[in-house]
Design a protein around this ligand. Structure first.
Ligand code: IP8
Length: 267
């Protein structure tokens, strides 16, 4: 098991915890509870970030927020992802309560209230609250959100960008993206074991750009964020299938499952 001082960051994809094909936000309750149970077994320092799924993406698309900021659309979309955040926090705390005070004590941290972007990229974030939460046994839960942007007025911020920013800034030891696929799928439909900055070109043309109503780039967007992280901070990330029973637990316990995005050997 990981040492308590090590920080693990886990992203739960919107396609896993919501019905992404739905026109309005629909939580996949059974999946969320199963994942919350798996997370509750982990005792180390943990940040959970979740995607927006059919909550945020539906409204972001409706109001064209990926093209231009719109205050009304921003509020509607933010309200919608906050609703999903409450569902995630409640599910995690439900399992925390039964473990004699040892289970996760999750608390929502909404990016809209503590992050600012510039041209869609995170420029600053208030982090003292996160550090204190981690030191005091809380599990901060963040999510893809609408945030204010010093150039654009406001923008859509993907959880994929949030996890890499936090991993780099807080020096996480492990980062996992629990998606609805087994990892980055190769030509044979099976998960590619490893992608490095040097081998990315081989795979880039058949990595899916986006699925359903996703306004933030799908699998290709994730891989790009994670490659950037391993180039700048040498942190290895794992994209794995959080829709499969026990995979979240296995990732948290240190197994390299799915596709690893890691630095080139010799770097
Ligand atoms: O699902 C998108 O976050 P993601 C955020 O993590 C919104 O890419 C509001 C659509």
């Amino acid at each position: 098991m990981s040492a308590l001082s090590e920080l693990v960051i886990l992203k739960l994809g919107g396609s896993v915890i919501t019905d992404k094909g739905a026109d309005d936000g629909v939580v996949r309750e059974a999946e969320l509870l199963r994942i919350a149970r798996e997370v509750s077994e982990y005792r180390g320092k943990l940040i959970v970030v979740h995607g927006a799924g059919s909550f945020g993406h539906t409204y972001a698309k409706k109001y064209g927020l990926d093209r231009q900021f719109d205050p009304e659309g921003g509020i509607v979309t933010h309200k919608s992802v906050k609703k999903l955040s409450t569902a995630v926090v409640d599910a995690l705390n439900r399992f925390g309560e039964g473990r004699g005070g040892e289970g996760p004590r999750a608390v929502a941290v909404h990016p809209m209230g503590c992050m600012v972007c510039k041209n869609g990229r995170i420029e600053s974030m208030y982090l003292d609250n996160l550090r204190l939460m981690l030191e005091n046994g809380l599990v901060p839960v963040l999510h893809g959100d609408v945030v204010m942007d010093s150039e654009l007025g406001g923008c859509i911020l993907s959880g994929d960008q949030i996890v890499t920013y936090l991993a780099k800034t807080l020096k996480a030891s492990r980062l996992g993206l629990g998606s609805a696929a087994d990892g980055v799928l190769g030509m044979d439909g099976k998960a590619v074991h490893e992608i490095t900055p040097g081998t990315f070109e081989e795979f880039s043309h058949y990595i899916g750009a986006s699925e359903n109503t996703d306004v933030t780039g799908g699998m290709l967007g994730k891989v790009r964020e994670l490659l950037e992280l391993c180039k700048t901070s040498c942190i290895t990330s794992h994209i794995f299938n959080a829709g499969k029973a026990d995979y979240v637990h296995r990732f948290l316990e240190g197994e390299a499952i799915g596709t690893s995005i890691c630095p080139d050997k010799g770097n």
